[in-house]
Design a protein around this ligand. Structure first.
Ligand code: PDD
Length: 279
């Protein structure tokens, strides 16, 4: 496998950064993950716009302009012969003597790699996913796609240990914020698709944005408002969205079946509609 580090394509096992890199020491960096389907990046303009927004929030300047970043991503897809999978891209404030304040002349680090993954014929699309809810322990700027992911790592591990595939994080008022690496949705018995509005409390999901626009085009009603765990458990259906899983039906939350406990018809339809958009 070929990866990219600061201007150089290199075998993955040789792709290394300094132990003084601020991404490693302080999680002082941002990242993006985009899906690859049929060898093409899915909705990449949205991912690059969010990358720029994250960089701006950290007052970080990309070491490569956006058109060059796209070329790097495409080169990784073709050099690795990826038909279906993901491209991961990370920019940190670079390597410098350890000091909390920004270094004066560090060069930002840009790394990227590609992963092969079955996202179209994923088994979870057939079976649906089980959700464990956990308290949202993250910082207050969850709209920035920063590499500080410890709370998400612990949330996902708790889900895994409970036999679930994703964790939904819950704020202090009892409302679901989002999944550890996905956006949370429910569909009410009145047929409304409900998801939390974008704010500093959640990451503005690219898949979320596309699915909402597609749902709207289909004449489905979309409501942006927070929902509680109890409302989600009593909903007709639930689902999640992310670049790495596209749209996946949710079949249970904390052991309680959602709807009839099998993937819902509307969630399956939204997945099909999204796949059609993505290809
Ligand atoms: N995660 N919320 C969080 C906290 C996420 O980490 C992600 C994506 C999403 C969904 O965003 P999008 O639809 O743009 O992928 C929501 C990526 C896939 C990851 O960290 O691997």
């Amino acid at each position: 496998d070929v990866a990219y580090v600061n201007g150089v394509f290199t075998p993955l096992e040789d792709a290394k950064v300094s132990i003084l890199d601020r991404g490693f020491l302080f999680a002082d960096g941002v990242y993006e993950v985009a899906a690859v389907i049929d060898g093409r990046l899915v909705d990449n303009e949205a991912h690059l716009a969010r990358l720029q927004r994250s960089l701006d929030a950290l007052r970080l300047t990309s070491p490569a302009p956006m058109p060059e970043i796209v070329e790097i991503e495409r080169a990784l897809v073709s050099r690795n012969g990826i038909d279906e999978g993901l491209v991961y891209l990370q920019i940190t404030r670079g390597a410098a003597e350890r000091d909390f304040s920004f270094p004066n002349n560090a060069r930002p680090t840009l790394v990227a790699f590609a992963q092969r993954k079955n996202i179209l014929a994923s088994p979870a699309a057939q079976t649906g996913v089980k959700i464990l809810t956990v308290p949202d322990l993250r910082w207050a700027r969850r709209d920035i796609k920063s590499v500080a992911l410890l709370a998400q790592v612990l949330a996902k591990q708790a889900a895994t240990e409970a036999g679930c595939q994703e964790a939904w994080m819950v704020d202090q008022e009892g409302f679901v914020t989002e999944g550890s690496s996905s956006t949370a949705f429910i569909i009410t018995k009145q047929d409304a698709i409900v998801t939390r509005p974008n704010s500093t409390a959640i990451l503005p999901g690219c898949t979320r944005r596309a699915v909402m626009a597609l749902a709207d085009q289909e004449g489905l009603s979309v409501e942006e408002r927070p929902f509680t765990v109890a409302e989600a458990q009593e909903a007709a259906e639930a689902f999640l969205t992310s670049a790495s899983n596209l749209v996946l039906p949710v079949v249970s939350i904390d052991g309680r079946p959602v709807g009839t406990g099998v993937p819902g018809e509307r969630a399956k339809r939204l997945r099909a509609i999204y796949l059609n958009f993505a290809r």
